[in-house]
Unconditional design. Sequence first.
Length: 360
Amino acid sequence: MELSLCMIVRDEESCLERCLLSVKEAVDEIVILDTGSRDATRTVARRYADRVEDYAWQDDFSAARNASFALATKPYILWLDADDVIEDEQRMKLLALKPRLDGSVDAVMMPYHYAHDENGAVTMTFERERIVRRDAGFRFEGIVHEAMAVGGRVLHEDIAVRHTRRHSAGRRNLELYERARARGIPLSARDLYYYARELDACGETERAQRAYAAFLARPDGWAVNREDAHIERGRLLYALGRGREGKAEALCAMADGAPRAEALCAMGEICLGLGELEAAEFWYRAALGSEKPGNGAAFTNPAAYGYIPAMQLCVIYDRMGKRALAEAMNERALLERPNDAAALKNQRYFAENDKNGSGR
């Protein structure tokens, strides 16, 4: 079936064309809602879009997303941000998916490769509800970091969208939450979780850990958000000098089901910071033995399943005087990232020690 692309944009002249070029062959309609650009965004949009409309910004990303969806005319809707791209191989997969959107499919979940390291390796990935049937009635919710709760027949497709922007939003998202609170607008559990993340991103450590605690006290938070909140609050408590509380909080992230490597690495990080080398070794070993997850809604750092625990175990074994194990862990890290500057530096360090006869 045919597919509408719906986007909301503002001051995106530097990246909008790249996004549209990456997807235009796979969609049948492009609808762009401009929320107040002062640059040439509208000019770029009009080169590709079937419809470009102005929208009075309301300090609410969900309201803007829903308004853009209301302008779509095709049976299915795909949404992207201006700093997203669908690379060639993924676009071919999207084109192959379209004949299967036969009206019986309600939504399609797709991986979002959100963050990358300096070599382009993915450092954060999670699933997003990327395509929905227009008449299914799904709506975005959330002031910031908006999402739809989809249901019915949902496909999980390995068609990755790549996020390309490296700089952060600064205090913009935090200020949106603060203005909502000042107006007396209650934050949903999901809003509260992301409010805590924004406080953390802006360096407000104490307020962030308290916001995570408030979220965790709510009975209606998503399970994957609760797990992440325990991990992040544990890290923040440790940073505040409350290491034992931090360990207890990180342990809570492991209460349901098999622990994810992200939680195991968090425990290892706290224990290592406290000088508890044997405990840190245990947790990082457990992370190294964890199976990488498939696509899912949780924030996933692929490096937590290989590179991070290997590098940390290299440090731990070096401090323990277990040179052979330290070198083995560094080589394991290099298997994950052959050009990694830190691992290559370690390799030179070990080689220099061998030359000086100080290896064990």
